[in-house]
Design a protein around this ligand. Structure first.
Ligand code: ZN
Ligand code: ZN
Length: 305
């Protein structure tokens, strides 16, 4: 399973129908949270994501709309009896902020919360995935993230294996795991019956940013690109000044990168009820785009072989 749940899709401020930034990814039962705006824990309750399987929080940058939900969330998990450690990853300043979250109020955390600072290119290795930190362009130190699933083994050619005399059963499994087997004195190599490894799925989360080179490169062939889409093109000047992006700019990047689906988020409060201007400007350039809504869920399927 790789399911993306949009917990907060508003830009800079919460609005009546949008929480500030937070996206949670359920990767095969493990929860990874990307940004944690105010109110994220209640959005997790509404989306029924659970909390105890949360292993890591990846913060894009320390503007208030991306991290104010952390103190409440970590205290709630302590109250609920969490024992497993939690890691907060982010750009420079993350260690200091994490210490601050931990001592905010009279809280007595019952589990370990660690802050880890990442630089562009750094890799966090998880179970069957990696998260790579990306250089982004915002007004303060910031990072985007690429969640990349490890490659899957190639497809097993059952008919060929039977044709080579391999009896169905444990020897099939051995070949699938990459070990040679012996049948009637003959060695069968896994390459003879197993296809090339298949690439894993890839999801990019940019946080707040101008469209930029490193996000473009990381997004090549991505399944999902979740990008700052704060404004329609009419606000291009302000998008540049405030170091955000317009729908048209991001659509051009998505097209060049060949992403399968683009999701625009961090929607400015001026479009909170009507995202049509954003959608229209992006569709002119790139057809497969949606604008995120709070509590929207996206399942990312395996690609067809
Ligand atoms: Zn923001
Ligand atoms: Zn920001």
């Amino acid at each position: 399973m790789l399911r993306i749940i949009f917990l907060g899709t508003g830009g800079s401020l919460p609005t009546r129908n949008r929480n500030p930034s937070a996206v949670i990814i359920n990767f095969k039962g493990e929860l990874l949270l990307f940004d944690c705006g105010e109110g994220t824990q209640q959005q997790m309750m509404r989306a029924k994501t659970g909390m105890m399987s949360l292993s890591s929080i990846f913060i894009s940058h320390f503007h208030a709309d991306h991290f104010l939900g952390i103190p409440g969330l970590i205290q709630t998990m302590s109250f609920l009896g969490r024992k497993e450690p939690l890691t907060i990853y982010g750009p420079e300043g993350t260690k200091e902020f994490t210490e601050f979250f931990k001592i905010l109020g009279y809280c007595n955390l019952k589990y370990e919360v660690r802050g880890v600072e990442l630089s562009p290119g750094d890799i966090v290795e998880g179970k069957d995935y990696v998260v790579r930190a990306l250089r982004t362009e915002h007004s303060i130190p910031s990072l985007g993230y690429a969640l990349i699933e490890n490659p899957r083994p190639g497809r097993f050619n059952r008919a060929r294996a039977v044709g080579l005399g391999v009896p169905p059963g444990p020897l099939f499994a051995k070949l699938q795991k990459g070990s040679p087997v012996e049948v009637d004195g003959k060695i069968i190599m896994p390459e003879e019956v197993v296809g090339a490894p298949r690439p894993g799925r890839k999801v990019i989360y940019t946080g707040d940013t101008r469209p930029c080179e490193e996000v473009l490169e990381a997004s090549r062939d991505a399944d999902i690109l979740i990008h700052d889409g704060s404004f329609a093109d009419e606000m291009a000047d302000w998008a540049g000044e405030s170091m955000h992006s317009t729908a048209g700019e991001v659509a051009a990047l998505a097209k060049e990168a060949g992403v399968r689906k683009l999701v625009l988020t961090h929607v400015s409060s001026r479009y909170t009820d009507d995202v049509e201007p954003i959608l229209k400007d992006s569709k002119k350039v790139f057809e497969n785009v949606i604008v995120a809504e709070d509590l929207m869920e996206l399942e990312v399927p395996y690609r067809p072989d």
